[in-house]
Design a protein around this ligand. Sequence first.
Ligand code: GLA
Length: 378
Amino acid sequence: MKKIINNNRLLLYTGIVVLMVFFTVSCSGPEKGLKDIFSGYFYIGTAVNPFQLYEKDTLAKPFIAKHFNSITNENCLKWERVHPSPGVYNFAPADSMVAFGQRNNMFIVGHCLVWHSQTPKWVFEDSLGNPLTRDALLERMKDHIFTVVGRYKGKIGGWDVVNEAVGDDGRMRKSNWSEIIGDDFVQKAFEFAREADPGAELYYNDYNIELPGKREGAVTLLRNLMDNGVKIDGVGIQGHWHLESPALQVIDTSIKIFTDMGLKVLITELDVNVIPEPMGLIGAEISQNFEYQKLLNPYPESLPDSVQQKLAGRYTDLFNTFIKYKEGVGRVTFWGVHDGYSWKNNWPIRGRTTYPLLFDRNYQPKPAYNAVINTVKK
Ligand code: GLA
């Protein structure tokens, strides 16, 4: 009798264990990435580079595919890379980025078609080294846009058509483009891009356009374009920000101003720097100067917990603001996959160690990552 009771108990316990295992396996599914947590809000993107895509960093691709549903090339579609000399195009890196994005159902962003920087000198000169005429430069711009956008028609979903055309004073920036063509180079670039791929979203992208002053310049530029019948889909606020600046209210107001204009807002190059950025020292080499090292490279080994917490708090505020405008914010793209990939390690001073992103150099989530995911109401 006792034996029968024991056997029944054993059966019952075994049943319970089997059921528990079944529920655990069927309910958990694969672990969520950032992009899944923000589905229904906006795309979560990252800038990618060939080091990750050619698999030298073997951890990169699965990690990017897990957390991000949008990618932007960090460099390989900039003019100097994709079209380094007359008639010579180097599409291999962009081809592999696009293939990777397509394989993973990502929204792929091309950056950028017309910019004053990272554009070779020859673009503005004839074969004798004389400045091009307006018509000749327009022809060259059109040819470039048609070739690059045309190649990825239907694959690249959005283009930063013009990057940084507004100067820090809020007026149109003086550049080879504006000097030779005139300020309507912006309009022409959008028209060529629209013609090259009518289905792609087209953006104007710039830094500090959330700051009053420069913002007014950008608003004037965009309004004039729209009044002239140019169809622009969105404005990219780069978002190279700091722990304390710009003030949250400034970012909030700017997102509202741009979305009220009927433009989609994209946060295109987000990072939050935690070390000083002395602009007077661009390109400086500080490794031999001990005093400078301590002052300008304060965390060479690791980020103190107090600063991790500040960074997390800043990201909480930023994402709460993006979520507040989720109807108008289409994408938030981080400028780098993890801290080790950030350009801020080498700008404005080379060879420092900074921590502006959500993941550390070992692909581990930082407190800022948890802060960001906690902004989504479960
Ligand atoms: C600007 C450009 C980016 C990149 C960063 C620095 O924001 O738009 O492409 O060059 O500077 O890496």
